[in-house]
Design a protein around this ligand. Structure first.
Ligand code: NAP
Length: 303
């Protein structure tokens, strides 16, 4: 197979680094990574880069992800909309006009969390915080422009890279300490913990399949799909599994959302149904526990 050239935007964030980490597993794939120096809120910059270079697909990992700041500060909310909505709208239009394939990521936070079974791509979104609203606007803008591409909703990302729940707990748990630490963690929000490494692999697998079947009608429009590792957990269950697997000297004390001082409303239940994507991949997605073990191994090998 000839080389598949991919441009990764926002490449220095958690997911961008995950793409870089697993790309070597795909022989045909070459990644071209750009970080914040290519500001995606400046449409001319992306358009000029695409005019100069031939990429088989653009993978947008750039986003405003500070959920608390978006809720609390007007300027941050504006940044969230600029990046998560307007920049995505313009990326989608650029790809539609100039030709190309766009992979964009959205979130389980587009849902309000009132469901009692995993959310499918057909369920109606109803975000309950500013971050979720800005992400929903972004995915709607892409679906409206409808360039060839994928909008992939994912949830509760963890990885060996950047700041996330797993790296945070590892930092806390591995600090020098004379006695067991007790950590209060929310137990009444349920979601699908997801490995950014597995998400990146799934996307690279899909882009490889697309290169092998370029005339398949499915690749000609924007498809909305859910990706998450199998299973579900509360934050407290995820933390307990991590404490056990990484043998941290911590005790997890489950607390309720109302006992946790947060400026942001978060969905109580945001488990994603991933059947459509598993069918497309023709393979099941592994459990979050197995994926967590890989992330812990990866992190300890890097230390
Ligand atoms: N993290 C989660 O739990 C989670 C859950 C569901 C969905 N998602 C979605 O998954 C995607 C990846 O998330 P992530 O965790 O990798 O986020 P992240 O670690 O915050 O990475 C986002 C990256 O975007 C970059 N960026 C910010 N402004 C930019 C601009 N104007 N132009 C270009 N790049 C810019 C940031 O640069 P700096 O490093 O310089 O700030 C950062 O490297 C996002 O779409 C997010 O909404 C994430």
């Amino acid at each position: 197979m000839s080389t598949i050239n991919l441009l990764v935007l926002g490449a220095h964030g958690q997911l961008g680094q995950a793409f870089n980490a697993v790309a070597g597993e795909f022989v045909a794939i070459t990644l071209h990574c750009v970080g914040r120096e290519l500001d995606i809120t400046q449409p001319g910059l992306v358009s000029a880069l695409l005019a100069k270079n031939q990429y088989d697909a653009v993978i947008n990992c750039a986003a405003f992800t500070d959920v608390n700041a978006a809720e609390q500060k007007v300027a941050s909310a504006q940044d969230a909309y600029a990046l998560n909505h307007l920049a995505v709208a313009s990326l989608a239009q650029t790809l539609k006009l100039q030709g190309g394939f766009l992979v964009h990521f959205s979130t389980d936070y587009v849902f309000d969390g009132n469901a009692h079974k995993p959310y499918t791509e057909h369920d109606t979104p109803h975000p309950i915080n500013v971050y979720g609203q800005s992400k929903l606007k972004g995915e709607q803008a892409m679906l409206k422009s409808n360039p060839p591409g994928l909008v992939i909703r994912t949830s509760w990302l963890f990885s060996p890279f950047g700041k996330n729940f797993v790296t945070y707990l590892l930092n806390v748990g591995q600090q020098e300490q004379t006695h067991t630490q007790t950590l209060n963690i929310v137990s009444d929000q349920m979601g699908s913990p997801t490995s950014a490494l597995d998400l990146a692999r799934a996307v690279l697998q899909l882009l490889t399949q697309r290169a092998q079947t370029p005339h398949n009608q499915a690749w000609l429009t924007t498809q909305l799909l859910h990706f998450a590792n199998a299973g579900q957990a509360s934050w407290a269950q995820l933390a307990s599994a991590l404490v056990q697997q990484a043998q941290l000297n911590c005790t997890i004390l489950p607390i309720l959302t109302r006992q946790y001082d947060s400026p942001v409303k978060r969905p109580a239940y945001s488990v994603l149904n991933t059947q459509a994507l598993q069918t497309l991949l023709n393979t099941p997605i592994r459990s979050w526990q197995d994926a967590l073990q890989e992330t812990l191994n990866w992190k300890s090998n890097a230390e």
